[in-house]
Structure formats: structure tokens, C-alpha cells
Design a binder for this molecule. Structure first.
Ligand SMILES: Cc1cc2nc3c(=O)[nH]c(=O)nc-3n(C[C@H](O)[C@H](O)[C@H](O)COP(=O)(O)OP(=O)(O)OC[C@H]3O[C@@H](n4cnc5c(N)ncnc54)[C@H](O)[C@@H]3O)c2cc1C
Length: 402
């Protein structure tokens, strides 16, 4: 039996995009996911304006919009003393985003649409099939031992893509996964009856923790609370109670949540942050959260998963056309990721750490209250449409000191 070209493990945005672009370039692709779609995923469910470019390249942007995605024109940032600023993607930053808004759609809907795109492109998609372990010979990944409800079998492939999320079995097996600080957990739910929702997302920062809310489809609101991992015991004892307690910390949110109730049970994600030593190995590469996940504050994970999938597929097609998917042959993917995501990595770290320091957030909201263009720049950078280096131009940095 001849081996397939590519075995993709995981059918979230990273795996589905990789499979779609790889199949389009003529590779034979098998994608497996242990879940059966539609499946829920603990996520704030907002797509940055730039992610729409990738959805369009996959041919699903219209379908995502037609599925009821809410349009977010920007973000409101609120510090623990109640001071707030609003930044718009198409505001006064001087940069024009691919779309003047981000989209917000439940992952149950979004991920099913993207996964169907992979199947339409020619990838074989098998749901309810888990990777049990990698097949590794002499340090080279050759495929995987797969399992469904009734049986186990070996599937060989010329390359394996680890798109299996935050706790990636592929990354762990290859010894590439690394924990990183800060150690945090997230609780996410869908709510009905939240008062005062507008056409933007809102982030309420607190000491060592924060809450984000945003409208999604069907009048629902996605609410996410990110807390230190030290709170794990309280989370485990009663997740829903703990979740509402976090939402009630900010006086404004407490008022607006008075009539809110759960439309979906509270889901838990983490612990994060996680990085990897590198995203390529002999016979394998990592995409999406399997490759790295720092913190959700800037909401760039789905964009990175989709864009990373495209970059991975380009490298796989070139490497397999020339011969084997050796670590050396896959190295262009590592360089392409760095070029595409270096700014995002820097921003995630500055924002993910700074937003949980009350003095920093108070300074940000106070100083920038009358400097809308600088807030637009920061929100635009988080929306992936403003180059991060722009934020550090002396004239923009001056807004924080004068
Ligand atoms: C609280 C929170 C809020 C977030 N909010 C946002 C946001 O608003 N916007 C944004 O862009 N990003 C956000 N993110 C990040 C975003 O959710 C991720 O970056 C994104 O889901 C990564 O996609 P992925 O395809 O890499 O992984 P996933 O979406 O996690 O998909 C991985 C898939 O692999 C499958 N899998 C796992 N193990 C196996 C196995 N052994 N065998 C077979 N299948 C397997 C799983 O079933 C799953 O379907 C948030 C993250 C968190 C934690």
C-alpha cells in the first residue's frame, strides 16, 4: 500500500486550512479529528479583520457571514477603575484593514464550515478518529496509530501535521512542547440577556485576570474570563459560580449582567501559555495552537491557525515535490511563520502581561482617552491589520508620556 502524502491530526481551523490548501496543491491528504463536528470549543469566538482574508482564500467567507456572524467594528478596553477607551479597526490609524470589522461566530458553526472546505478541496476528512500515538522510526515520523469507536489501525504518511491544539500529542511526543509563563486558565460561556451590548467587543481588565465579552450570532453573547492557574481549585469546585463571580468583579459588568443567564454550559480551557522548541521535525510539522499559544487577550489565534495552515501547506507541497519531508526541507515553514507572526508574538506578550497590571491599564485608558488614533493603532494591530512595529514609532510612544 502506498503511503498518503499528508496525515493531518486535528480538524480545527489550523488542521482544516492545512488540509484544504495541501489538497488544492495536489497532495493526497487524510485529516482526522477525535471529535464529531459541530463541536464546541472554549474560545471568545472573534475573528480579526485579517482572518477574513484567509477565509476568503478558503472560499468560505460568504458562508461564515451568512451563518449569522456578528460584525465587530473594534474593541472597548476598560481598566479596573472604570476608565474606558474604544478603538476601531477602520478608525483613525491610517491603515485600511481587509474588512472594516471582525467577525464573531460560534466555533461550532465556524469550524464546521472550514472543515467542509477541506473536504471540498479533496482532503479525506474522518471525524471521531483519534491519533493514539505517532509512528516514529529512527527519529523520523512515518504516520500514526489511529483509533475510532471500534478499531485501531496504522496509517502511514510522508508527512504528519500536528494541528491537535493546545495540548498537542504530536508536539509532546516529539519532545517539542514547552510550558511558558504566565500560567492561566479560561472559562467561557454563551449568555442571553446581557444589557448594553454594542457593535464592538469589550475587555475588562483586573489584577492578574480579565473578562472579555462580545456579541456572536442569534443575539447571544460570548463571555470569557481568564484567571491565574492558582484559581484551579475554585474553578473545579463550581465552575459556573466561579465564572459569574469573575464577571461581577467590574461594577459596570455586574450591572449589565443582572438579567444574564447561561445559554451554554461554562467550558474550561488551559492551562496556557505554551510554546514549542520549534515547529518542524523530521516528517512532521506543527500548526495553530499545537505550535504556540500565549494568551487570548488580543484574539489572534484563529487568524494564526488559518494563516499558519496556508504556510504549512505551501512548504509541504514544495518539500514533497522534491523528495522527503525532512526537518531541513520543512525549515522554510519555520521561517515563514516567523515572518508572518513575529509582530503578533511580541504584541501578545506585551498586551497579555500588561493588561493584567492595573497601573498599566489605568495609564493606557487615561493617557489615550483623547488620542483615539493611538487606540485605533493598538486595536488595529491586534486585528492583524496594523504592523506591530508602528506602535513603537517615537511619535506614537510619546502619547504615553506627554
Ligand atoms: C479562552 C480563549 C479565548 C480565545 N479567544 C479567541 C478569539 O476570540 N479569537 C481568536 O482568534 N482566537 C481565540 N483563542 C485562540 C483560539 O481558540 C485558538 O488559537 C484556535 O482554536 C487554534 O486552532 P487550532 O486548529 O490550532 O486548534 P483547535 O481549534 O483546538 O483544534 C484542535 C483539534 O484537534 C483535535 N484533536 C486533539 N487531539 C487529537 C487527537 N489525539 N486525535 C485527533 N484529533 C485531536 C480536537 O478535537 C480539535 O478539534 C482563544 C483561546 C482561548 C483559550
Amino acid at each position: 500500500m502506498t503511503a498518503r502524502d499528508v496525515l493531518v491530526v486535528g480538524g480545527g481551523p489550523a488542521g482544516a486550512a492545512t488540509a484544504a490548501f495541501a489538497a488544492r496543491s495536489g497532495l493526497s491528504v487524510l485529516l482526522v479529528d477525535r471529535a464529531v463536528f459541530p463541536r464546541h470549543k472554549a474560545c471568545a469566538e472573534y475573528l480579526s479583520p485579517e482572518a477574513a482574508r484567509d477565509l476568503e482564500a478558503l472560499g468560505v467567507l460568504e458562508e461564515v457571514e451568512a451563518a449569522g456572524a456578528a460584525k465587530l467594528t473594534g474593541f472597548r478596553l476598560v481598566s479596573d477603575d472604570g476608565a474606558a477607551v474604544i478603538g476601531r479597526f477602520a478608525g483613525s490609524s491610517g491603515f485600511t484593514p481587509f474588512r472594516p470589522y471582525g467577525l464573531a461566530l460560534s466555533r461550532a458553526r465556524l469550524d464546521s464550515i472550514v472543515l467542509q472546505a477541506a473536504a471540498r478541496a479533496g482532503a479525506e476528512v474522518r471525524q471521531g478518529v483519534a491519533l493514539e500515538r505517532l509512528l516514529v522510526e529512527d527519529g523520523v515520523v512515518r504516520g500514526g496509530l489511529l483509533r475510532d469507536a471500534g478499531r485501531r489501525w496504522k496509517e502511514t504518511a510522508r508527512a504528519v501535521v500536528g494541528a491537535d491544539g493546545l495540548n498537542s500529542l504530536v508536539a509532546r511526543t516529539l519532545g517539542l512542547a514547552r510550558r511558558s509563563s504566565p500560567r492561566r486558565l479560561a472559562l467561557v460561556a454563551h449568555l442571553m440577556g446581557v444589557a448594553g451590548m454594542e457593535d464592538y467587543g469589550e475587555m475588562f481588565a483586573g489584577r492578574g485576570r480579565y473578562v472579555g465579552i462580545a456579541p456572536i450570532e442569534d443575539g447571544l453573547v460570548n463571555a470569557a474570563a481568564v484567571v491565574p492557574v492558582a484559581d484551579a481549585r475554585a474553578v473545579a469546585s463550581d465552575a459556573a459560580r466561579f465564572f459569574f463571580k469573575q464577571l461581577g468583579r467590574a461594577p459596570e459588568l455586574r450591572r449589565r449582567m443582572a438579567g444574564a443567564r447561561l445559554a451554554r454550559k461554562v467550558m474550561i480551557a488551559g492551562p496556557f501559555a505554551r510554546t514549542t522548541r520549534r515547529a518542524v521535525a523530521d516528517g512532521a510539522l506543527l500548526v495553530g495552537d499545537a505550535a504556540d499559544f500565549f494568551d487570548p487577550f488580543t484574539g489572534e489565534g484563529i487568524f494564526a491557525a488559518l494563516r499558519g495552515g496556508r504556510l504549512a501547506a505551501e512548504t509541504l507541497a514544495a518539500a514533497l515535490a522534491r523528495g522527503e519531508a525532512t526537518r531541513e526541507a520543512l525549515r522554510p515553514y519555520a521561517f515563514a511563520r516567523r515572518r508572518a507572526f513575529l509582530g503578533k508574538w511580541v504584541l501578545e506578550r506585551i498586551v497579555g502581561l500588561g493588561a493584567t497590571l492595573p497601573l498599566v491599564m489605568r495609564g493606557f485608558t487615561r493617557r489615550l482617552a483623547r488620542r483615539a488614533h493611538v487606540v485605533d493603532l493598538w486595536v488595529g494591530a491586534a486585528g492583524d491589520s496594523v504592523p506591530v512595529r508602528t506602535l513603537f514609532a517615537p511619535r506614537h510612544l510619546a502619547a504615553f508620556v506627554v
